[in-house]
Structure formats: C-alpha cells, structure tokens
Design a protein around this ligand. Structure first.
Ligand code: C5P
Length: 278
C-alpha cells in the first residue's frame, strides 16, 4: 500500500492577463503548497475503485465524474495497465474552496499509481496527460513553489521563497470556479515585478487576486473573512485563495498565526480554519 498527502494549493497572487478565444483566462500566479491537505492511499486490486472518508467526504461525489477516478482511469488506459487499484481519499480540505483540492487529489493519485504500477512517467508526461482534467493539474503535479502562466499549463519553478506562516479560513460556503470566472470583469492593470527571497512578503502587498472581487460579489461572507484576517496582529496580507471562498492571512511569524487562529476560532466557531506553514 502507498500513501501520500495531496497538499492544499495556495495562489499567493493571481493576476488575470487576458482571455483566450475558448473562454479560458490567461494567468500570472505564484503558487505554493501547504504542509496540510487530503490523504490518498492506493493498494493493489483487480479493478479501479475509490472510497472516500474524512470530514468533507459527504461533499465529494464518488462517481465517474470524480477527478481521482478519472485520473486513475486515464493513466490505466494510457499505459495499458492490465490491473487496477483500490484508492482511498481522506478528505480533510473543504470542497469547492479555491484550494485546488480535487486537482491536488488527482495529481497525487497519478504519482502514487505510477509508482504502484511500476510506470516511468515523468511529472511533465503526467502533466500533459492530465491537463484536460483541469488547468490546476500541472502545478499540482509539480507540488513545489511555482509561477503559473498560460491557463495554468505553464509551470516554472519559483526558488527562494522564505518560510511562510498562513492561516486558511473558509466560511463553509462552496463556490463554483466557472461562476467566479464568469463574474470577472477585465480591467487592464499594471503589476509591479515580484521580489522573491526576503522581500517576498513586502512585494506581495502590491499584488492581487483578480478573482477576489467577483468572488465577493457571489459570496459576501468572503468580505467578512478578509476583514477578520486583516485586523489580526501581524497579518501582513489577507487575500482570497484561487476562486474562493477560502482566504489566507499571511503572518510575519508562527506565534501570531496561531494566536489569530485561536481568536477567529473563538469568534466564528462555524468557520473552517487551518494554520499552515510553507
Ligand atoms: O480547468 P478547470 O476545469 O479547473 O476550470 C474550471 C473553469 O474555470 C473553466 O471551465 C473556466 O470557466 C474557468 N477557468 C478559466 N481560466 C482558467 C482556468 C479556469 O476561465 N485559466
């Protein structure tokens, strides 16, 4: 049996730079991966099957539309694997939350199955195979700090990110990614060049998530979450993750991040919270 964590994906900034003829948006984004996420195990079996456990299991469909199952079948067919796998997904992350959960689950499944079935696919080969499953698949397969461009299909390593302490907060409201992109109204905006290394946090303050405004227009609770994060001591940046509704607060140190988690948990016991390190 093989096991791995499918880490939560966080877009530290997400700028929309244009739109393709097919409706997909062109992005410029810095993506990092948290030290927390869903869990995947795979075990040898005659057929491909999926069982789902964990806090958010009931929010995930266990049918042929499930990205984990689609990814598994895609690899099985592409590599002409004569056997299957019993896959278990333990869903710790909220669903439709802007954390790339489904994509990260599918990416991790592909890497585990590749190992279980003794295949020699590179991350690049798996990315090309899996892109039709979702534009976050390539960066989730890479699973390291990266700049993402194109529609998500171009992934470049982002070295020299300092340790980051972030509080993820979700008001337990699901948001549909196509709906958020659909509510986006394009504005030409100048962007400062990003500084990596020790200037990263200061530089991120000048960046944006261009999906934040449309996401708030669809889910006003996000405004409340951002205000809560922004008013915590030593919160340097408070921003929407991906297409939401999860938001991150980026803190200058771990103790401030944990203190903010305690405060917000007390005030909003119904919200989902996770202090994470990068
Ligand atoms: O690729 P994925 O299935 O995750 O995308 C879901 C939807 O989000 C797309 O159908 C599209 O409406 C929107 N999207 C977009 N531009 C991107 C990524 C997603 O418009 N770069």
């Amino acid at each position: 049996m093989l096991h791995a964590v499918a880490p939560a994906k966080i877009n530290l900034y997400l700028h929309i730079t244009g739109k393709r003829e097919d409706g997909y948006h062109l992005l410029d984004s810095l993506v990092v991966f948290a030290d927390t996420g869903d869990e995947i195990t795979v075990a040898p079996a005659d057929d491909v099957s999926l069982s789902i456990e964990g806090e958010f299991a009931s929010a995930v469909g266990n049918d042929e539309d499930n990205l984990v199952l689609r990814a598994a079948r895609l690899l099985q067919q592409d590599a002409k694997v004569p056997t299957g796998a019993a896959i278990t997904l333990t869903k710790h992350l909220p669903v439709a939350a802007g954390l790339g959960g489904g994509s990260s689950d599918a990416a991790t499944t592909l890497k585990l199955l590749s190992q279980l079935w003794g295949l020699s696919y590179t991350v690049e080969a798996l990315s090309a195979l899996a892109l039709p499953l979702g534009s976050d698949l390539p960066v989730c397969l890479y699973a390291q700090p990266a700049f993402m461009s194109g529609i998500g299909d171009v992934v470049d390593a982002a070295l020299a990110t300092p340790p980051l302490y972030m509080l993820l907060v979700n008001p337990r409201k699901g948001l549909s990614t196509p709906d958020v992109y659909g509510a986006y109204v394009h504005e030409e905006r100048q962007s400062e060049p990003l500084m990596l290394g020790s200037s990263l946090i200061a530089s991120l303050k000048d960046m944006r998530n261009d999906l934040q405004r449309p996401a708030i227009s669809l889910c006003s609770k996000i405004g409340e979450v951002l205000l809560e994060l922004d008013t915590q001591i030593n919160c340097e940046v408070a921003r929407l993750c991906g297409s939401g509704a999860t938001c991150y607060g980026l803190f200058s140190d771990k103790a401030s991040c944990e203190r903010a988690a305690d405060t917000i948990r007390r005030e909003h016991p119904d919200w989902w919270l996770a202090p994470v390190s990068i």
